[in-house]
Write a protein that binds this ligand. Structure first.
Ligand SMILES: C[S@@+](CC[C@H](N)C(=O)[O-])C[C@H]1O[C@@H](n2cnc3c(N)ncnc32)[C@H](O)[C@@H]1O
Length: 222
């Protein structure tokens, strides 16, 4: 696959019966997953008609039809709830974390796992997982075309709480030089904010606390 970001997601997936790709746009991920036989059947959903039409034409050009990929016009995962569809994995990629959180507000008992690849930090997804007694199976952070991406895989079967919801507590993040570089950049950003704070003690304490937490974390995982 040409797209590093979608390739990272596709590489996690194998032997899946039913997957739903939410915000599919061009449909590249469903096409790759079906062509490589990693997934038997994919629902490719998008809230907008234009991207869905582009997915439809790409699916057709790839020689696939709706016996393998069904395109659906839907806001998030509402179609899964409405049709009571059993879905092994839901993928949501290329969106920001707050949109992802909005989408999973309607989480369905028919969904077993979620793989998110967000372009904003994912602490609220970790909190969502903890709050619902789910477990995080994998995390990653990487750059693609100089843009930052957070990958997080939530498994609803197990109950294993993340201890560090702010930064993640996964061995995969250990020795991840890109992640450590990003965290050092965040420290500099917050220190710069602190240097400009006057007459707002609670704000100062908030950012100092943040900087200390990140420094401790780097010492632990670095
Ligand atoms: C930036 S594209 C990402 C496309 C693809 N998933 C990827 O990673 O390359 C975001 C897509 O999500 C769709 N989208 C945004 N909000 C959505 C929602 N609530 N439900 C379904 N699709 C949504 C948009 O219409 C757009 O096609």
């Amino acid at each position: 696959m040409q797209n590093k970001r979608l390739e990272k997601v596709a590489n996690l997936i194998s032997n899946v019966n039913v997957l739903a790709d939410i915000g599919t746009d061009h449909g590249y991920l469903p096409i790759e997953l079906v062509k490589s036989k990693k997934v038997n059947f994919v629902y490719a959903a998008d809230i907008n008609e234009k991207p869905l039409n582009s997915a439809k034409s790409n699916i057709k050009n790839a020689g696939l039809d709706n016996s393998k990929i069904e395109t659906i016009l839907s806001n998030g995962i509402s179609f899964i709830n409405e049709r009571k569809l059993k879905v092994d994995i839901v993928t949501i990629t290329g969106l920001g974390t707050s949109t992802m959180i909005d989408i999973i507000e309607n989480d369905s008992p028919y969904i077993s796992e979620y793989i998110f690849c967000s372009n904003t930090e994912v602490s609220s997804l970790r909190e969502w997982s903890n709050k619902n007694n789910f477990s995080i199976k994998k995390e990653d952070f990487f750059l693609d075309n100089n843009k930052k991406y957070w990958l997080i895989w939530i498994d609803k079967k197990n109950n294993h709480k993340v201890s560090n919801t702010l930064l993640g507590d996964f061995v995969e993040l250990k020795n991840n030089l890109e992640y450590i570089k990003y965290l050092n950049y965040e420290i500099k950003k917050y220190e710069n904010i602190i240097s400009k704070i006057t007459n707002d003690n609670s704000r100062m304490i908030y950012f100092e606390n943040l900087v200390n937490q990140i420094k401790e974390y780097i010492n632990e995982i670095g």
